[in-house]
Design a binder for this molecule. Structure first.
Ligand code: ADP
Ligand code: MG
Length: 435
């Protein structure tokens, strides 16, 4: 109940479950089709048609519950939209959504098979009708699709330059196809794109079921985390991590920093990092964070004792923890060391709320994956409410956690967002989630 209350108070998109008359409506659903693909295999043959392989379809699966929901509500038609890769407003055949349509069709039909077997049929066999153009969209183009018109997918929206420009005319074209809009693409909700941002001006808009779950789980962590609250931030893209570190320093008891992100802080403290990966543009920002924490701590001590007695401040006093030992390789820090692992894991064990984003080291190489794996293990063994998210690099960790999760625990929420999750938890209002 309390969770719902927090959620309702925010000016977010209402849940699709609150939409009253869905029967016979045409619904436009913005999905996350940006799956990792492998198109290297046929690069040596120009004559053969390229067969694109989807390496991981977990993102595709997130739209299935919403599609099933809409079919049960007897909508007239579902128009699925999304993007793949970065074609930058040009038609790039390798980034066509056609293989995604084919794959999603299979996923949907096998999912519906299950519901048929359980005596609760959602629909008979469904086809996804693919529309190849993303220019001059209007109701006429829907006439291209024949026979079973229930499900339609439109080609990669980013083939049209209007998508990434948040162009209102492009959004209006998309809106003209339907009666209702649903955002079911949390991972894109931090982007100012036509199909997630401005489109909401032109149609009654709702949150899809997965998007709703994302907002509920992340809002709970953002607003009412049970203490002790521990945030673990690693990875490499420091510009996306610093705002979140700042945010968590206000709400979390501990912020454990690892990965290349930690290197910037170490450098800011004047420590030796050799030739490790650092982002020099952000050293000053890291310095600022450290200084702010130091001042805050001095204030606290003043309050307590009315004077500062020769007190040597430790980094742990600020709530921000940096690694103290490392695995070096060729003059580079590539993982956190055993002492740091031990300390971080002990803190994780004491937590009631955990947020984790970004690996602790260069985990793609097994030799430097120990820090990341041990953190994952500690989270799996903890009883805390945990939220885990990240970009593509986090996928392998996420799937490991997912496998174990299904066996033993329900208290881990795996966010489909990377940048979107970080911005949301950093306290930003994401353009795709606003009402
Ligand atoms: P995420 O995708 O989980 O949000 P990032 O994209 O920020 O995380 O960073 C992930 C990448 O960071 C991984 O490819 C990993 O190898 C790299 N990385 C983490 N720590 C280090 C390090 N110490 N040195 C080099 N690369 C690192
Ligand atoms: Mg990444």
């Amino acid at each position: 109940m309390t969770k719902n209350k927090i959620f309702v108070n925010m000016p977010y998109l209402p849940s699709i479950k609150s939409a009253k008359n869905l029967k016979n409506k045409t619904v436009l659903v913005r999905c996350d089709f940006d799956v990792p693909i492998d198109n290297t295999q046929n690069s040596n043959s120009n004559t053969q048609k390229k067969k694109i392989k989807i390496k991981d379809d977990s993102r595709l699966k997130t739209c299935i519950p919403t599609i099933e929901y809409l079919l049960k509500k007897q909508v007239k038609q579902i128009i699925l939209i999304g993007h793949l890769g970065r074609p930058k407003g040009q038609i790039v055949p390798e980034l066509s959504l056609a293989p995604v349509a084919e794959h999603l069709e299979k996923l949907l039909n096998s999912s519906f098979c299950h519901s048929r077997e359980s005596g609760n049929p959602v629909a008979d066999k469904l086809n996804i009708n693919f529309i190849k153009n993303v220019d001059n969209l209007n109701k006429e183009i829907l006439k291209q699709v024949q026979d079973d018109k229930k499900l339609v997918m439109i080609e990669n929206l980013r083939f049209n330059p209007g998508e990434e420009k948040n162009d209102k005319n492009f959004a209006k074209q998309l809106a003209s196809l339907a009666d209702i809009y649903i955002n079911e693409s949390f991972a894109n909700s931090h982007r100012n794109s036509a199909s997630v941002a401005i489109i909401k001006k032109y149609l009654p808009s709702y949150a899809g079921l997965n998007l709703e779950a994302e907002m509920k789980n992340l809002t709970a962590v953002l607003q009412k985390p049970k203490k002790p609250f521990v945030a673990i931030i690693g990875g490499a893209k420091i510009e996306t991590k610093l705002p979140v570190i700042n945010q968590f320093l206000k709400t979390a008891n501990y912020v454990l920093v690892g990965g290349a992100v930690a290197n910037d802080f170490l450098l800011a403290q004047g420590k030796e990092v050799g030739e490790s990966l650092v982002d020099k543009d952000y050293i000053d920002e890291a310095k600022k964070i450290l200084k702010k924490l130091r001042n805050k701590e001095i204030e606290k001590l003043r309050d307590k004792k009315n004077k500062i007695k020769n007190y040597r401040l430790q980094i742990t006093d600020y709530g921000l923890l940096l690694p103290t030992d490392f695995i070096w390789h060729k003059n580079k820090i590539l993982d956190i060391g055993p002492k740091t692992i031990k300390k971080y894991c002990a803190i994780i064990k004491s937590a009631k709320t955990i947020v984790w984003n970004g690996p602790m080291g260069y985990f793609e190489d097994k030799k430097f994956a120990k820090g990341t794996n041990e953190i994952a293990k500690a989270i799996l063994n903890s009883k805390a409410q945990a939220v885990i998210g990240g970009g593509e690099t986090g996928e392998s960790i996420k799937s490991k956690v997912k496998n174990q999760k299904s066996k033993q625990k329900k208290n881990i929420f795996i966010s489909t967002g990377g940048g979107a999750m970080l911005e949301f938890l950093g306290g930003e209002k994401l353009p795709g989630l606003k009402k």
